[in-house]
Design a binder for this molecule. Structure first.
Ligand code: NA7
Length: 533
């Protein structure tokens, strides 16, 4: 960072930072993005593990702000791979000439608000500084890897890879004995590919996970043509569904269907593949009895796929389906039929120690040459709290959020004027298709900045009461639901000592967007402004 001043500083050059930079520039503002990596792409820059791909269909996991862009870009598969998504991010950066306003290899360490000048002062980890009127956090929801505290991990002699910060050079597991710790989405995507390469793969599972086949494959040219000819309709339909995805989400209660009808619907969705499995019925996340019908269906599938009944039982999850984020896979369960794959149950025998050459679980010592840590992220708040953010009266965000994140609309925080969060806690974010949710936030923020310019305002701050009401509304939406009752990274249960708060907004995209629009239409109700000068 050099001692410059900007209208807007953007932290992060993933999909949120890129679109924001493009839009702010068009508004005539001086905007600059600061990015820790040496390229654009955010989560798709860091998560390069084998098999990494999006679990939202590529034709929907893409920007819609420019029809030319969505017509020009061609996705090759139903679910895009990480390299293809990264290529798309790079294409966007080049197409709109964004790189000249991005400083790479720069990690912002602190952001302090000065009430007198109504400016933020940012400092990076090398001591470089800038000042800015607005500070916008485009830091991502899953960008701080969770490194497990396991005794002896640092003593392991072989290479240790975290799925969330994978090396940029190809990793070759040929001939090696590999251990994977974790069975979340990252593990479920990488395990089938690592198993094909490694001499032997041992998977260390703490909690079994539900996964639905992706049914991935090349995109049919006819389907692409049809979508491109009707993109606007597809995007409009997506805006009407709870997660903001164009798919059929039934409102019908599963308990009103006969067992045969239920089975047929689940089978249809299993064959179709993907996350919309949970859209089979409207009550799956509301009643345990309904949820059991879907969970039993998937457990039966696992028992059919996995030949060894003892291994199949270990792979059968016992918790609520959809409580944690559902996984989408290619050949995950079938991989456990391979002779070179072993599953270890950490619930029965936890890891007691990692030595120079092995993982110890009870009396068993598994000799390993390489380790893959697939233990997820300090989700949603991790990246924000890694920065020393201080607002009015030097109040620290970490102190304010000691009992969990509190925001207004997931966009702004009381006591922190001129600071916005893109897909922050309190917004649908990770429960929705991230790309449209990012665009909705960027558009809302830019409209707000326009409004401020037109009215001669120099500062905006969320009101404490509006924030309290928003937090209370979030809590009431989650009260008694199966989703909030499940231990997951949505509630911070994966990070020791993290307060248990359900972080994303549960009311669904259409409801959320209409609330944001109503706030803006009412002159930014719940926000207070200060006049320039
Ligand atoms: P997840 O979904 O948080 O999965 C992490 C996995 O690692 C999960 O199986 C955890 O078991 C396991 N874990 C975490 N800590 C440990 C320790 N200490 N020992 C053993 N096992 C552990 O992260 P992912 O990266 O797979 O996916 C994150 C999101 O990215 C995903 O939802 C998609 O949206 C994309 P646990 O369940 O906590 O018992």
């Amino acid at each position: 960072m050099t001692d410059k001043h900007f209208d807007v500083a953007i932290i992060g050059a993933g999909f949120a930072g890129l679109y924001l930079l493009h839009k702010l520039r068009r508004m005539g503002l001086t905007a600059h993005a600061f990015e820790a990596g040496d390229d654009v792409g955010g989560t798709w820059y860091w998560n390069r593990y084998p098999g990494a791909r999006c679990d939202i269909e590529s034709l929907q996991y893409s920007y819609q702000f420019s029809d030319d862009l969505q017509q020009d870009w061609d996705w090759s598969e139903r679910y895009a791979t990480q390299p293809e998504i990264l290529a798309y991010a790079r294409h966007v950066a080049e197409r709109y000439d964004l790189r000249r306003d991005i400083t790479f290899n720069t990690r912002v360490a602190s952001a302090h608000y000065d009430e007198m000048s109504r400016q933020w002062a940012l400092e990076d980890t090398d001591g470089g500084r800038i000042t800015t009127r607005f500070c916008i956090m485009a830091t991502g929801c899953l960008s701080v890897p969770n490194h497990p505290k396991i005794e002896g991990l640092e003593d392991f002699a072989g290479p240790v890879y975290h799925t969330g910060s994978w090396p940029h050079d190809a990793v070759d597991f040929t001939g090696l004995r590999v251990g994977v710790i974790g069975t979340g989405s990252s593990a479920i995507q990488s395990i089938p590919l690592i198993a094909q390469q490694a001499a032997h793969l041992t998977v260390f599972q703490r909690t079994a996970n539900y996964s639905i086949p992706a049914r991935n494959g090349p995109l049919e040219p006819n389907r692409v043509r049809q979508v491109k000819e009707n993109y606007a309709e597809l995007r409009a339909r997506a805006k009407t569904t709870h997660p903001g995805i164009d798919a059929v989400f039934s409102a019908d209660p599963s308990m009103a269907a006969t067992p045969q009808e239920r089975q047929a619907e689940y089978e249809h969705r299993w064959q179709q593949g993907g996350l919309s499995f949970m859209g089979a019925f409207g009550d799956l996340m509301e009643s345990q009895e309904a949820n059991d019908t879907a969970a039993n269906f998937v457990r039966d599938k696992i028992r059919q796929i996995v030949k060894d009944p003892a291994v199949a039982e270990m792979l059968c999850p016992t918790n609520i389906i959809g409580g944690k984020r559902l996984c989408v896979d290619t050949d995950y369960y079938a991989t456990f039929n391979r002779d070179n794959v072993t599953l270890m149950d950490l619930k029965a025998q936890p890891i007691s120690q990692i030595t120079r050459t092995a993982i110890r679980t009870g009396d068993v010592e598994t000799q390993l040459d390489a380790l893959v840590i697939a233990t997820g992220f300090d989700a949603m708040t991790g990246a924000l709290l890694n920065i020393d953010i201080r607002g009015i009266a030097d109040t620290s965000l970490a102190n304010n959020w000691a009992d969990g994140p509190a925001s207004y609309l997931g966009l702004a925080i009381a006591g922190f004027p001129n600071l916005f969060t893109i897909t922050g806690p309190g917004s649908p974010s990770v429960l929705s298709n991230m790309l449209p949710s990012i665009e909705q936030h960027v558009n809302w923020i830019c409209d707000c900045l326009d409004y401020m310019t037109n009215h001669g305002f120099s500062a905006i701050e969320a009101e404490e009461l509006a924030q309290e009401a928003w937090v209370a509304h979030n809590i009431s939406l989650g009260d008694g639901t199966l989703k909030t009752a499940t231990d997951s990274w949505y509630v911070g249960a994966n990070i020791e000592g993290k307060p248990r708060v359900f972080m994303p907004y549960l009311g669904g995209v259409p409801d959320y967007v209409s609330r944001c629009e109503a706030v803006a239409a009412a002159g930014y109700e719940g926000f207070r402004f200060a006049k320039a000068g």
